[in-house]
Design a protein around this ligand. Structure first.
Ligand code: GRF
Length: 201
């Protein structure tokens, strides 16, 4: 399976996918990494792994629809079987969503705390359990069908950074597991139900 991974930041989820793909048995390999900004660690991680990169900045286009087409074209040139948004902080438009399955990861238990500040919002609300969600992306903000979730405890004294790190440790493992299973076993979507493989439940 060919993966294009999209990043906007440190790229530790990307690194987990790069590490997993070192084993051919994993069944998926990162063929390109795309970003919406320069100079981020995620791009450096790709370069160190000899994976090609591309950058499409929204600010370089007059219309968002032009950026939507440009990034979809860049992704398409790598012929991915699956696109993974791993800390990519932009909503992708129809040109990408209509052309490729897009998997996303979020550091909260959706539908609670969607958006760019899922960890901060969960902490501010005072929940005692939060977690991470791997879902298919649709045109909304963190609103696509859920593929997998895992809970993470909020501990006394947590701040946003500490809690986010605890979540990301789980998030990286879950993302690697789900991506691997999807590419090896295939998946079907029926309404909001995503089933990996074709084994009866
Ligand atoms: C992850 O927690 C992702 O869900 C969130 O931002 C973080 C990205 O981390 N939206 P990294 O860039 O993979 O280290």
């Amino acid at each position: 399976g060919r993966l294009v991974v999209l990043v906007s930041g440190s790229g530790t989820n990307l690194q987990a996918l790069l590490d997993a793909s070192a084993d051919p048995a994993y069944g998926a390999r990162v063929v390109a990494v795309g970003a919406d900004r320069d100079g981020i660690e995620g791009l450096a991680r790709a370069s160190r792994a000899d994976v090609p990169t591309f950058v499409e900045k929204l600010g370089d286009y007059e219309q968002r629809t032009e950026w939507d087409v440009a990034i979809a074209d860049r992704i398409a040139s790598y012929e991915p079987d699956l696109v993974v948004s791993a800390g990519f902080m932009k909503i992708l438009g129809a040109p990408t969503l209509d052309a490729f399955p897009l998997l996303n990861t979020h550091p909260a238990l959706l539908p609670a705390f969607p958006g760019a500040h899922g960890v901060r919002d969960a902490l501010a609300y005072g929940v005692k359990v939060t977690g991470c969600t791997v879902m298919l992306a649709d045109s909304g903000v963190d609103s696509g069908p859920i593929v997998a979730q895992e809970a993470v405890a909020v501990l006394p004294g947590d701040d946003e950074a500490v809690l986010h790190e605890r979540i990301k440790t789980v998030e990286r493992r879950l993302l690697v597991e789900i991506v691997g299973r999807m590419v090896r076993e295939g998946w079907t979507v029926s309404g909001r139900t995503v089933r990996i493989g074709n084994q009866p439940e």
